[in-house]
Design a binder for this molecule. Structure first.
Ligand code: GLU
Length: 411
């Protein structure tokens, strides 16, 4: 299998070709502007310290400060972070918000750390990247295994060195400049996108069944909000297994069960199945909301859904996509379907710069406008150019970044 970065770059290359970008510009957009690799030293509770590897990749900033999350995961590698930094570049452009793209992370299994160790890790990582980020330079945010508390520690660590700059990081707790509606934003954005796709197919919500792989922030919020709107959630999974009930489940009750027991499995009002069996569940919409590359050549052939809504980053591999297309499965691409999080990160940044705090309705309304516009643009472009939704999304994203480069006289 090709590297994750090379794989997603094939989508970029195809768009650049179709847009007929000048060769030098094509080359400039094909690699990151800067890659930072750091050592993160964490004093451990039992004495001594451990050394972890951290990264921040700044892909492109033609449209505004680099923007993208920080993840804590054992799979974190430079190639993976580079892949996500590229995705963020096309994502922020497609959302039409004034940011470029970046991503970072630490190669660590956070579940093996105590709360105090996790705080020291977060603070040490922030110290190690503090001199390459900034509210007008590069603005990190939460991602896999990072959350508002971690953003709060990081904002505080940055403030200790440079004074208070709440806009240097988004996804913070509301008490320190976070935005209402940020935690639910990725789920809400994916739902707005889903709703428009369902409408374009004439689907009724109550007949539209969802299977969601991953029940973290993105997956669980989508489930809760989709259920409220009348969609039926027939299966969900997490790293320990999956649960299934063809009649539908109550996502908030599933979440309460997960919070209590540490997993969705053994939830009473559903059947517990193998984690990998979520791929074969009967449903209209399959939502990968966990890690990258979960829908691959092994799992994709099992999918029965007509639509795959990519709420995670790079969940459907480049290798799996042609087989899905042959079977008539529509993939709603990550740079669209997962754009709600960064859209509200943008609104948080705007509020912080102006020392304002908006009511949640205002945030959600603005998120709705951003998501609806991006989705409508992707659907229209796919239709007019006779291309897939992913190709259309890349055409729009890459075109906007290229336009900004040209407007700045990129040479
Ligand atoms: N980690 C999220 C993403 O992949 C959010 C990034 C952000 O808010 O900057 O889109």
């Amino acid at each position: 299998m090709s590297s994750a970065f090379e794989a997603v770059q094939s989508y970029y290359e195809r768009a650049a070709e179709r847009l007929n970008l000048e060769l030098s510009l094509r080359e400039a957009l094909a690699t990151p502007t800067r890659e930072v690799r750091v050592q993160v030293r964490v004093p451990m509770d039992g004495g001594g310290f451990k050394v972890f590897r951290g990264y921040r990749v700044q892909y492109n900033n033609a449209r505004g400060p680099y923007k993208g999350g920080l993840r804590f995961h054992p799979n974190v590698s430079l190639d993976e972070i580079r892949c996500f930094a590229a995705l963020m570049t096309w994502k922020t452009a497609l959302m039409n918000i004034p940011f470029g793209g970046g991503k970072g992370g630490v190669q660590v299994e956070p579940k093996l750390l105590s709360e105090a160790e996790l705080e020291r890790l977060s603070r040490a990582f922030m110290r190690s990247i503090a001199d390459v980020i900034g509210q007008n330079v590069d603005v990190p945010a939460p991602d896999v295994n990072t959350n508002p508390q971690i953003m709060g520690w990081m904002a505080d660590e940055y403030a200790r060195r440079y004074g208070p700059h709440p806009a240097v990081i988004t996804g913070k707790p509301v008490s320190v400049g976070g935005s209402l509606g940020r935690e639910s934003a990725t789920g809400r954005g994916a739902l707005i996108c889903l709703d428009q796709v369902a409408k374009s197919r004439g689907w009724k919500r109550q007949d539209t069944t969802l299977a969601i792989e991953g029940y973290g922030n993105a997956g669980s919020w989508l489930a809760v909000l989709a259920y409220e709107m009348g969609y039926r959630i027939v299966a969900v999974s997490d790293s320990k297994g999956a649960i299934h009930n063809p009649d539908g489940m109550h996502p908030e009750k599933v979440l309460a069960h997960k919070q209590e027991t540490g997993s969705v499995i053994d939830y009473a009002a559903a059947t517990t199945i193998e984690g990998a069996d979520i791929f074969g569940v009967d449903c209209r919409v399959f939502v990968p909301a966990a890690l990258d590359m979960s829908v691959n050549e092994d799992t994709a052939p099992r999918i029965k859904a007509q639509v795959i809504l990519e709420e995670a980053n790079y969940p459907v591999t480049v290798e799996a996509e042609p087989g899905l297309a042959e079977r008539g499965v529509t993939v709603v691409p990550d740079i669209l379907a997962s754009g709600g999080g960064v859209a509200v990160s943008y609104l948080e940044w705007v509020q912080d710069l102006q020392r304002e705090a908006w009511p949640e309705e205002r945030v959600n309304k603005r998120l709705g406008e951003i998501m609806e516009a991006a989705t409508a643009q992707v659907l229209a472009r796919a239709e007019s150019e006779g291309v897939t939704l992913r190709e259309a999304a890349y055409l729009i994203g890459v075109e906007r970044v290229a336009e900004a480069e040209i407007a700045r006289g990129y040479r």
